[in-house]
Design a protein around this ligand. Structure first.
Ligand SMILES: [Ca+2]
Ligand SMILES: [Ca+2]
Ligand SMILES: [Ca+2]
Ligand SMILES: [Ca+2]
Length: 461
């Protein structure tokens, strides 16, 4: 079946899925439009209440057809009333499933995070690291990660974390840092009392380096992200968030730390503005926004755990060179969880500076339907470039977002977006993934040469 005909089938399914097309300001399907953002691929989960797409990395080609493939998990997939989870990879070309794996560890949340990495086993095809951060040993949540080759279906290696640390709560690519030619990655292990983050070898899954703040910091490693090399030693660096860290603003004010990946030295450290702000719940590295030649750092305070839900959430941008705050944006609606997702989006407006996607999964329409939204902001000016609404109530549109390669090889900007609790024709909590691409820009928009992503960022592809 061609992509176009799959798209038509999906359109036909729309009433079944309960999507009101008339009220949607979600992107239309590609093929129906010639400019602006459109949905090039849609992956509809069949795992009832599995929550497809909690966290996932940039798509890479796992089957050698030259098109990047889409990998994600449904961590809540149940087996005999336990949330064992599952993970899968779908063809970027056809949308068909290439491989799927069920979790085998009771309540392990297998598929919580799924990270494609460039070739780990030397066959020239991308592989996957999949986490089960709640995997237990002796009743404690050690957490487990496993590397799999979708091409051969082999397990390349499997590693457990330490007692109680929930190893694998987050994963982020790091580039090859030990010089063996194999991509390495960061792992978050946000234990309750003293969280940690690790640089892990893609070759064998063994830790290369461990990172932690000087004082014990609860939830450190809840979220980890790769930064462009900030200290000039040739290795990509690390930002890690700890949204329940204590600080001047309160016992749970939150924090974010930037480390030199090669030395473990803390380069920058920021603390949350108010108690329970959720500062550091999501962190991200982005290209050079302020033009000083270094990549910059984004930290969100979405207030997910502020049960009053009076505040909309905040996003802060810091200079990677100096650590100074360079921008601060606030959401537009109380309780929308603005910044619950932040993603480096590539250069979508063609000004050669990287742009940002910021998600608010609990945004409500004027009629009170909690459809979620995400916005694109210009990295250069900070202005909002575009704003997208979800199409179903309580779907949590924009829960997770990552930059993606153009699935059709046309060099267009693309984003992979999860609607974590979309009913997908089954029931709320099932989840869908959508690959948005930017087809021709409107004629009035400037068209500059391709985006300047830094070299080590490009090497991640
Ligand atoms: Ca492929
Ligand atoms: Ca390596
Ligand atoms: Ca470095
Ligand atoms: Ca831009």
């Amino acid at each position: 079946m061609s992509i176009r005909s799959i798209a038509r089938v999906l359109v036909a399914l729309v009433p079944v899925l309960g999507i009101s097309v008339a009220q949607a300001r979600a992107a239309p399907l590609c093929g129906d439009v010639t400019s602006g953002w459109c949905v090039a691929r849609r992956i509809i989960s069949t795992e009832r209440r599995g929550e497809l797409g909690f966290r996932f990395g940039e798509p890479l080609d796992v089957d050698g057809d030259g098109k990047a493939d889409i990998a994600a998990g449904a961590r809540f997939k149940e087996r005999e009333l336990h949330q064992d989870g599952m993970a899968a990879v779908w063809s970027g070309e056809t949308g068909e499933q290439i491989r799927a794996w069920d979790g085998v560890l009771q309540d392990g949340l297998f598929g919580h995070s799924v990270l494609p990495l460039a070739d780990l086993d030397g066959d020239g095809l991308a592989d996957l690291v999949i986490s089960a951060p709640n995997a237990k040993r002796d009743g404690a949540g050690h957490g487990m990660i496993v590397a799999r080759s979708p091409a051969t279906n082999k397990v390349l290696w499997q590693r457990y974390g330490k007692r109680g640390e929930n190893f694998g709560w987050d994963l982020a690519s790091a580039g090859d840092q030990d010089g063996d030619g194999v991509a390495d990655f960061f792992v978050g292990a946000p234990a309750h009392d003293e969280g940690r983050a690790y640089l892990v070898s893609g070759h064998d899954g063994n830790p290369i380096r461990e990172f932690s703040p000087q004082s014990d910091t609860p939830t450190f490693g809840w979220y980890v992200a790769r930064l462009d090399d900030l200290d000039g030693d040739g290795s990509a660096d690390l930002v890690a968030g700890s949204y329940l860290a204590s600080g001047p603003a309160g016992p749970f004010a939150g924090a974010a730390h930037v480390f030199s990946s090669a030395t473990g030295k803390i380069l920058h450290h920021w603390q949350g503005p108010e108690d329970r702000s959720g500062f550091g719940e999501v962190v991200e590295g982005i290209g050079d926004l302020d033009g000083d030649g270094r990549g910059d750092v984004v930290v969100a305070a979405p207030r997910t755990n502020d049960h009053s839900h009076k505040l909309p959430g905040d996003v802060y941008v810091y200079s990677g060179a100096t650590g100074e705050e360079t921008r601060h944006w606030q959401g537009k609606q109380s309780g929308e969880l603005y910044g619950r997702m932040i993603a480096a989006a590539g250069d979508v407006d063609g000004d050669s500076v990287e742009d940002l996607a910021i998600g608010s999964p609990w945004y409500r329409t004027p009629l009170g339907r909690r459809v979620g939204r995400f916005e694109l902001r210009s990295g250069r000016t900070g202005a909002i470039i575009a704003n997208f609404l979800g199409s179903v109530a309580d779907g949590w549109f924009g829960w997770h977002i990552t930059r993606a390669p153009d699935p059709d090889g046309l060099g267009r900007a693309a984003l992979l977006i999860s609607t974590l609790r979309h009913p997908a024709g089954l029931e709320t909590g099932t989840g869908i993934l959508e690959l948005y691409v930017l087809s021709e820009r409107a004629a009035t928009e400037q068209t500059n040469p391709p985006p300047a992503l830094s070299r080590d960022r490009v090497e991640q592809r």
